[in-house]
Design a protein around this ligand. Structure first.
Ligand code: GRF
Length: 212
């Protein structure tokens, strides 16, 4: 029995990409800290179990994270995928799930951690931008990198056009990362992730448009 938990706070397009990816999992649960997250309705359309744990009903970060961890443990999750989950997690939570907690971030980490990545990339004039799936460590938007996709920044790109092209890549690489994890193909040692998959020639950098 393989069990996947997807944590969302809003739109849920990465969650949807995972739900559409025909992953080799027996059970998927979507948890949101935000009762108004539009992704919840999408998950229900896919017939996936949804749970809301509203952080505003908890007095502090630790009690919220404790409730969230208890729900995840109850589901016996093999993997927890943060997909636009807009909460900073406590060290205790992150350490409890170390090695089975992953995140998608809209930049080529370690560049541009935090929010507003596309605007900052345009401001800096970078020529290549992208997205990263990584194991989560207590340091926000930091941790062993599983896969990245890079795209060129075009001279007339706006925050919106750049975000849209990168989001397409996010959907590809997140599904790929989860597939590798569920097939036990990821090995992490000293901050480096290796991928035991002979079908992938260039395992780390995905070219735009390259399908799995
Ligand atoms: C994505 O860009 C993801 O990389 C970031 O938050 C955004 C969430 O979008 N962490 P969605 O909810 O998956 O559509």
């Amino acid at each position: 029995m393989k069990s996947l938990i997807i944590l969302i706070s809003g739109r849920g397009s990465n969650m949807q990409a995972l739900l559409e990816a025909n992953l080799d999992v027996d059970n998927i649960t979507v948890i949101s800290n935000n009762p108004s997250a539009t992704g919840l309705a999408i998950a229900k359309r896919f017939g996936v179990q949804t749970v809301v744990i509203d952080h505003r009903t908890y007095p502090d970060r630790i009690t919220f994270d404790t409730a969230l961890a208890a729900e995840i443990d109850r589901c016996e999750a093999d993997l927890i995928a943060l997909a636009g989950f807009m909460r900073i997690l406590t060290d205790g939570f992150v350490n409890h799930f170390q090695g089975r907690l992953i995140n998608i971030h809209p930049s080529l980490l370690p560049a541009f951690p935090g929010l507003g990545t596309h605007a900052r990339a345009l401001h800096e004039g970078v020529k290549i931008h992208g997205c990263t799936v990584h194991f989560v460590t207590p340091q926000v938007d930091h941790g062993p990198i599983i896969i990245q996709a890079a795209i060129p920044v075009l001279f007339d790109d706006t925050e919106e056009t750049l975000a849209a092209r990168i989001l397409q890549q996010e959907h590809l690489i997140y599904a790929q990362a989860v597939r590798w994890f569920m097939a036990d193909k990821l090995k992490c040692s000293h901050n480096h992730v290796s991928i035991d998959d002979m079908t992938i020639c260039e395992p780390i950098l995905y070219s735009p448009g390259l399908q799995h």
